[in-house]
Write a protein that binds this ligand. Structure first.
Ligand code: QUE
Ligand code: MOS
Length: 752
């Protein structure tokens, strides 16, 4: 099954927010935002903008009829700043004009007087000053502190890992229409239509039932539109509701880069203890998460960092602590992996450090400590159907790792200025929202009298192919051809109380709900077909649009059966509701089984570093990935490929730069470099691990959105290993490992 959107995408016919035909009386909004990162507002004068020709209105905090509050998890985030500015780019006013050019020009006329306050941009500094979003949290198993004496080797170190810009192709935006009786319809580029509905209701002092959110598809999101699509939709709604006109607000790329949060930068301290035979006996880690100015999703993200602190390894004694630090940066937010990459990076850094000190390849330590069936993860979950060893061994065999390493060593001996490096990156990633209540979904199916079918779910199509998967579930379950099925937009009026499409679980949760809905209709149809053909419902099959009794074609088609069902006044619609069974987490005891299952895999990455210039490329990336039983190998392989490249960019070339005063310096694509087609490895192989899929995965096809990103972390270690062949003692542990840093590291003097 091809992605049902591919034709629309390549012919330019797919409809995104900016493609919705604009009603003639539409007004356009631009956001006036904070020029500095931390300040007390003394006065705000919007008259210059108000009087600008073509401007219709300017809105500030005082114009909000409901609550000036959009915090998604805790109420700590204003829609428009009131007395204090807490990050550069924080929205202060919304200028509404006849067109967006006027709105953007007019906002420059706003006058703001303020008293600058000291800005914090560094998470360690924030922690020292007690600037935290929440008191530090700890997860533990065993007693790490009592183990150090018993270990043969103990190493400690520190590392930093940078943030990452989402760079969805479609920037943030919303288009809001006033409806009768104070109701509103908002089109938004969001992963969380219900969050938008809820926030607009709160800001306008309305009921959620008065707000309808509708989403056809997004031009990418990667977590950046989970919480942070909300402000723009609320601003458009505020203006639209007040002026009773359609209002469109779409961020320019520069505004988007400057105003929105990114993946959280982290700093971390670690201590790792190993036995003589390289078993990791104890691990202690403290993370400093750069949360930005408000919570957003930082606390949920911190939790996932703790859950992924051990990556794919069993460690009997471990203690992990995280400080979610409040800084004067835009609120950092969800990004593919959701805190997992940072946790796993620190674990791999600790192993790399130990390997370097012991003068052995890291893979010896990695291999010795991989999880096995029934091992207890330190948060209390027993791993079942654990495939990490199988993935590792398969990669070792199929990619001939030993031979490859030998080739690389020989190459490095012969070439003084070009060095290659190999790294293996195993991944183990938990699937489910860690907040159990979010693991629910609904789907609505209508069968029309001509036998065609309309499907609505809570899933947002953001390029990941979830609609194609939903169509497959429907076609397979009802036994009809895909062309009869339409995937409707995601709309809060048709499917209510949706969880964000996030946590890699969009297809699982919505697919299971859809399966339940389809089976409800199917059951009634089978009963009817049984009555019509003098058979039991259990003997009926619907396949290829035909009705079978005991495997024999009855001569009746799907269309005829539906029309018979309608004439008998049968219910041809169904809502399916799904909540992932069994998962739980006890916040008091800090133990539980939060994940429906884990996704496993192993990547081999080979880098080639030019030791004169500090530049590098990747010769090979080969992956054994656990798809379970993929329901769509083309889509799923695409998710792995995209995720790996995004992860490689994260730890190699993508470098966010802020000034000391909290201004984003890398505020355009000429100063923030992302991977392009030339960054793709020369040899790029993704092979499925041959395993069966778990029952909680949709049709046993495992979640695939986030896990592959973490393979990309291996790029950092592959470059490092190449650098060590040139300068064995260099100590660099921070990510990203940009060409500039590589060059410095290559020529760093080794202390005796
Ligand atoms: C509240 C939460 C969670 C959340 C959003 C909330 C939560 C959680 C996720 C999540 C996980 C992985 C992702 C992602 C989101 O979102 O617990 O985007 O990749 O795990 O509002 O408690
Ligand atoms: Mo999430 S980082 O939107 O899956």
């Amino acid at each position: 099954m091809k992605n049902i959107d591919s034709k629309g995408h390549v012919t330019g016919k797919s409809v995104y927010l900016d493609d919705i035909p604009v009603r003639q009386d539409t007004l356009f909004a631009a956001v006036y935002s904070a020029p500095v990162a931390h300040a007390r507002i003394l006065s705000l004068d919007t008259s210059g903008a108000q009087n600008f020709p073509g401007v219709v209105a300017v809105f500030t905090a005082g114009d909000i009829p409901g609550e000036n509050q959009i915090g998604g998890t805790i109420p700590d985030e204003t829609l428009l700043a009131e007395e204090e500015i807490i990050y550069q780019g924080e929205p202060i006013a919304v200028v509404v004009a006849e067109n967006e050019y006027i709105a953007r020009e007019a906002r420059e006329k706003i006058k703001l007087e303020y008293e600058t306050l000291e800005a914090i941009t560094d998470p360690r500094e924030a922690a020292e000053k007690g600037s935290l979003l929440l008191s530090p949290r700890t997860l533990a198993m065993g007693d790490a502190s009592s183990q150090w004496d018993k270990c043969s080797y103990v190493f400690s170190g520190s590392t930093k890992i940078g943030g990452q810009e989402h760079l969805y192709i479609e920037t943030q935006g919303a288009y809001c229409f006033p409806k009768e009786n104070g109701n509103l319809t908002v089109y938004s580029s969001t992963q969380s239509p219900t969050a938008i509905q809820r926030a607009i209701a709160k800001v306008l002092g309305k009921g959620m039932h008065q707000i309808e959110t509708d989403v056809t598809r997004l031009g990418g999101a990667f977590g950046g539109k989970e919480d942070q699509a909300t402000p723009w939709a609320c601003m458009a709604a505020l203006a639209s509701s007040s002026l009773q006109k359609p209002v469109k607000l779409v961020l320019s790329r520069q505004d988007d880069l400057r105003m929105t949060g990114k993946r959280h930068p982290y700093a971390a301290d670690f201590k790792i203890g190993l036995s003589a035979d390289l078993k990791i006996m104890a691990f202690e880690v403290t993370y400093y998460q750069n949360g930005g100015a408000v919570n957003d999703l930082s606390l949920a993200i911190a939790e996932r960092t703790l859950f992924h602190a051990t990556n794919s390894y069993y460690i009997p004694h471990i203690k992990s602590t995280i400080y979610s630090c409040k800084t004067n940066l835009p609120p950092n937010t969800a990004f593919r992996g959701f805190g997992g990459p940072q946790g796993m990076f620190v674990m791999e850094s600790a192993i790399a450090k130990a390997a370097q000190e012991l003068e052995i390849p890291a893979l010896k330590i990695q291999q010795k400590n991989l999880l096995k069936e029934g091992d207890l993860l330190y948060y209390g979950q027993k791993v079942k159907q654990v495939h990490i060893r199988k993935a590792w061994q398969t990669a070792f065999r199929e990619f001939e790792i030993r031979k490859k390493q030998k080739e690389i060593d020989d190459f490095n001996k012969k070439n003084p200025l070009i060095k290659k490096g190999l790294a293996l990156m195993p991944i183990t990633f938990g699937i489910s929202f860690t907040a159990t209540f979010l693991n629910q979904a609904r789907a609505l199916v209508h069968v029309y009298t001509d036998g065609s079918v309309g499907v609505s779910t809570g899933a947002i199509e953001m390029g990941q192919g979830v609609n194609t998967k939903m169509l497959q579930v429907t076609a397979q379950t009802l036994g009809i051809t895909p062309s009869r099925i339409k995937l409707e937009s995601t709309n809060t009026t048709r499917v209510a109380n949706t969880s964000p499409t996030a946590a890699s679980s969009g297809a699982d949760l919505n697919g299971q709900a859809l399966l339940i809905a389809c089976r409800g209709i199917l059951q009634r149809l089978k009963k009817l077909a049984g009555e019509l053909h003098g058979a039991n419902a259990s003997e009926i099959d619907l396949k290829d649009e035909k009705i079978f009794v005991g495997g024999q074609f009855t001569g009746m088609s799907w269309e005829t059966l539906i029309s018979e069902a309608y004439l008998r006044r049968m219910q041809l619609s169904e809502i399916g509701h799904y909540a992932t069974p069994e998962i739980y987490f006890d916040k008091e005891k800090k133990k539980g089984s939060p994940f429906a299952y884990h996704v496993y895999g192993t990547a081999m990455l080979v880098s080639k570093v030019d030791c004169l210039r500090g530049t590098y490329e990747f010769e090979e990336v080969k992956i054994i990935h656990d798809f379970g039983e993929s329901m769509n190998p083309v889509i799923d392989t695409g998710q792995v490929e995209g995720g790996v490249i995004q992860g490689m960019g994260y730890v190699t070339m993508e470098e966010l730069a802020y000034s000391k005063s909290g201004r984003l310096l890398s505020n355009s694509l000429s100063t923030y470099k992302v991977p392009d087609i030339y960054s793709v490895p020369k040899v790029f192989v993704v092979k499925p691990l041959k395993v069966s899929g778990p029952k909680h995965a949709i049709l046993k096809s495992k979640a695939v959105g986030e896990p592959p990103l973490m393979y990309g972390l291996g790029a950092y270690f592959a470059v490092r290993n190449a650098m060590r062949a040139f300068n064995p003692g260099f100590k660099y542990f921070d990510s990203p490992i940009t060409p500039e840093k590589v060059l410095l590291g290559l020529y760093e003097k080794v202390k005796a």
